[in-house]
Design a protein around this ligand. Structure first.
Ligand SMILES: NC(=O)c1ccc[n+]([C@@H]2O[C@H](COP(=O)([O-])OP(=O)(O)OC[C@H]3O[C@@H](n4cnc5c(N)ncnc54)[C@H](OP(=O)(O)O)[C@@H]3O)[C@@H](O)[C@H]2O)c1
Length: 242
């Protein structure tokens, strides 16, 4: 079984209390660690993909594509028949993004990434952008979005949300799917969590467990995440019987 803790906040502990109706059975064919890595991010990514109504053949740019949600969005966009550009920092994440099915992986910590995106999309820019970073990168990704495209916001990992000028969005015909799309997610998450788990068990969605730390080293795990040294999902391992 996997679950959120009853307080909804989570934490690092050997034992935690969960509401009975918050428990999710781990389907056959899926490891407990994979289910733990997937059921939350998977529900989020599936909800974002549904809201954005990804179309076959369109270009999709996924920011932070080597992270938990981003690595799943790459796979969902590919499964929907889109052509995917993953954007991430560093060679390891670029390689991961390509292995997940992206046609192009750009490194936004280096100059020239925007030009690479424009070149791949014949100068139009991506039809759909998933913005989980905000700040300067989010703003630049918004500027890249094709006329008539969609810009879907789900986070601000940089520390600041993307500043979107509504008048500019209207002028370019860009539909902004704002952060408020997340507000209803928790209440409707159960079927999406179940779908994420069953898709993973069927081999259609793969969580990327980039690194696992023993619980005693939880501080190292948090430091690695904060320093952007991790790829995919980071897990804490509790000793059996603890
Ligand atoms: N997980 C969920 O279910 C969920 C639900 C709602 C909203 N969100 C939001 O979605 C976003 C992604 O969530 P996630 O769970 O996928 O997180 P994650 O796995 O930690 O990925 C976040 C990514 O953000 C990038 N990043 C850019 N600037 C950063 C900075 N200054 N510090 C740290 N990371 C930075 C990092 O990739 P690079 O180093 O490659 O840039 C990192 O891989 C977050 O903003 C989160 O709040 C997540």
């Amino acid at each position: 079984m996997v679950a959120h803790t009853a307080d909804g906040l989570g934490g690092n502990a050997e034992k935690a209390v969960a509401d009975e109706d918050a428990l999710f059975p781990v389907p056959d064919g899926l490891e407990l660690a994979e289910a733990a890595a997937l059921f939350d991010d998977g529900a989020t990514a599936i909800g974002l993909a549904e809201n954005a109504a990804i179309k076959p053949g369109e270009w999709v740019l996924v920011e932070a594509a080597g992270g938990g949600v981003g690595s799943l969005l790459v796979q969902l966009a590919r499964a929907a028949g889109a052509r995917v550009i993953g954007a991430a920092r560093g060679e390891r994440k670029r390689e991961l993004v390509l292995s997940l099915g992206a046609e192009l992986a750009v490194d936004y910590s280096e100059s020239g990434w925007r030009e690479q995106v424009l070149a791949a999309t014949d100068g139009r820019g991506p039809d759909l952008v998933f913005d989980g970073i905000g700040g300067t990168i989010g703003r630049e990704a918004f500027e890249l979005t094709a006329r008539g495209g969609r810009f879907s916001v789900h986070g601000a990992s940089s520390g600041a949300p993307s500043e979107i000028d509504q008048a500019e969005a209207e002028r370019r015909g860009v539909t902004v799917i704002g952060l408020d799309q997340l507000f209803g997610f928790a209440a409707t998450a159960r079927p999406r969590k179940e779908r994420a788990l069953s898709q993973a068990a069927a081999g259609l969605l793969t969580p990327t467990i980039g690194q696992t730390f023993p619980l005693e080293h939880a501080a190292d795990a948090h430091a690695a995440m904060q320093n952007r040294q991790v790829i995919g999902k980071t897990l804490l391992q509790v000793q059996p019987g603890a």
